[in-house]
Design a protein around this ligand. Sequence first.
Ligand code: GLA
Length: 389
Amino acid sequence: MDVSILKDKFFELYGAAPLIVRSPGRINLIGEHTDYNEGFVLPAAIDKEMVLAVAKNNTDKCRLHSVDYNESAEFSLKDLKPSDTAWANYILGVADQLKKAGHTIEGFDCVFGGDIPMGAGLSSSAALECGAGYALSELFKLDIEKTQLVKFAQKAEHTFAGVQCGIMDQFASVMGKKDHAIRLDCRSLEFSYFPINLRNYQVVLCDTQVKHSLASSEYNTRRKECERGVAAVKEKYPEVNSLRDISLQMLNEVKEQLDPVVYKRCSFVIEENERLLSGCALLEEGDIAGFGKKMYGSHDGLSENYEVSCKELDFLVDYTRDKEYVVGARMMGGGFGGCTINLVAIDQKDTFIAGIREAYKEKFNIDMKTYEVAVKDGTGRVEVANATA
Ligand code: GLA
């Protein structure tokens, strides 16, 4: 996103010089649907981002403008509630969280846009929430600590967007570090930066260009199914609080009492945590091929047991299985559309991209997009000449 375009638009609409914040989308190498089960994830912030320009306006209103939708909207800060203008909710939801936590926010103007494809599973919404939180914290000198910002952004998604998401996307957006993945323990929020040294491999995302409408309702259903599994195990093991505390053996002990669907969901999550931990060990040893196998394992579990894949995602992963230049591939994010993540030999990536695009076009008659992503720093201020505050 060209920051000067945003700055000029801001001046045109509101006649002031704004403070500018960028906030990235994310990939996740492995560890899917584990975050809200207090497990582990391995995301990284990428070079696709939302950019927000903000300034105070000395009223009690916030005026918002989306460059990508070319739409404006205005809201009273006195009575914040979810709006029919869907894109506004990510900013309003964060403002609401800040207010509820006792922070003082006055009227502000905000112009924003970005190059994170929407609905592609790269967390454009989390990037916007995190960017909004960071921008408001800077603008009103709230000095909000990063982990707290992550939590406000996640809560905004729950309350104003209606998705009971885990913490991965917002954490990755705020805490991202150039050339590093974040190995995050979603129970304690302890994390370590994990150098991404993929040597001769490039991360390529293949965007199905589909987003099945089931996505958010099924997401919330999966959460409930996991909770049902935990409740059943808890009857036998009262100390258990989440799937993180449960081994496959413990789950098997209550298998008879469990709905088979709940059993499948829970066993996937337990296995996915194991795959992540052993996958990290493989990466540390430089065994990219071994890590790639774990990615396929993750996809198969997501498709067969967690049932959050779709025919488009399965097709893209299946396409890679006999290509020796792809070491690993899997669906990424919540599922039901969005992207697959692929580790592709750098010297073969053009062959890969041309081949998979052609196959996808033939099968679904859709022009698939691909993104070769680089790993970048998390949410932060963009220094521009003449900026205020
Ligand atoms: C979405 C959610 C995340 C996480 C993933 C699945 O991206 O926002 O919290 O649960 O799905 O891993």
